[in-house]
Design a protein around this ligand. Sequence first.
Ligand SMILES: NC(=O)c1ccc[n+]([C@@H]2O[C@H](COP(=O)([O-])OP(=O)(O)OC[C@H]3O[C@@H](n4cnc5c(N)ncnc54)[C@H](OP(=O)(O)O)[C@@H]3O)[C@@H](O)[C@H]2O)c1
Length: 370
Amino acid sequence: MFRFNAKALASAKPIVGSVRYVRTINFAGTNEVVHERSDYPAQKLKEFFSGSPIAVIGYGSQGYGQGLNLRDNGLDVLVGVREGGESWKLAQEDGWVPGKNLFPINEAIDRSSYVLNLLSDAAQSSTWPQIKDRLEGKTLCFSHGFSPVFHELTKVEPPSNVDTILVAPKGSGRTVRSLFKEGRGINSSYAVWKDVSGKAEEKAVALAIAVGSGYVYETTFEREVYSDLYGERGCLMGGIHGMFLAQYEVLRENGHTPSEAFNETVEEATQSLYPLIGKYGMDYMYDACSTTARRGALDWYPRFKDALKPVFEDLYQSVKDGSETKRSLDFNSQADYRDRLEEELQTIRNMEIWKVGKEVRKLRPENVQV
Ligand SMILES: NC(=O)c1ccc[n+]([C@@H]2O[C@H](COP(=O)([O-])OP(=O)(O)OC[C@H]3O[C@@H](n4cnc5c(N)ncnc54)[C@H](OP(=O)(O)O)[C@@H]3O)[C@@H](O)[C@H]2O)c1
């Protein structure tokens, strides 16, 4: 547990001399520091951020989740987005009021002590020239290490006189919001890029809890961005999609019906087996399956691992050398990037496997009307 006294919080000075319990957890032999939400009740957060307005710049998935959670935590928060854009409209629908707590980006920054840069990663780069000179005396926070770590490509170099921190929720902003509303919190990581005040770490942890985190893990900007870009291209999204497609295609090429191919590839995975891995672990999932299934999976997983490892090695290299960042910036900076993305998503929607999925989902017990 990690505790400090209210007086120290009120003055927002580094906590020196007060008892501070930091939870150290042994993760399979490696000790890591973890902070938790219960160490920062609402009143302490209010005292910590008292007199320090927080500007949430951008109102995409993270701006929405983090902004509303900060507001519900009773903090002085304002949203900054471009006037007349989609986000300006969405923010108003969520109760942000122009001139009160909704402002154009520059004005929101000027009115704040904390600046949470939650623009799209491409927009962080293109708007940096207008933002960088307004940051003196403030604390700058990112939710991704992308912009500062790849500064040679993004041109985002936090000023040397500004506390610069990272609070990165491990999930979409929608989940940041829904878990907060359920009285729980998403896991996040935090890091310090530049500690000018001597309080940057404390600010990062407090901010992480304030935006709706449950447990907060220590990282670095580099580790966060490398693992994040790698993971989403790999097992979280790209890799798993590729594996589903390969398995489905071979089943179809061997005469299996669309529903059978889908059920054996996606439906059983997502509805029956993967939730077991999530809840109880891989060994439990093996244990829950037949001896025939177990024997086969135990024999084949090393072959899949060996076949895929070189692909993951290429991927990590492509993340680390900036190729993935360059590709993302080039694509997402184009004026028509939303239309082009939509075209690619349409291609996925039109794949046989995902069209079959739509029909299979209708037949799930919870979707069948009796
Ligand atoms: N989404 C996630 O799951 C997730 C998870 C963890 C961390 N993160 C990180 O959180 C940050 C925000 O991501 P996000 O997914 O919430 O947002 P996003 O959808 O990538 O970005 C949306 C915001 O960027 C603004 N924007 C785009 N182009 C702009 C421009 N040229 N000028 C001004 N504003 C512009 C949009 O405003 P308009 O509506 O006006 O276009 C909108 O408010 C990123 O650093 C991301 O890597 C995201």
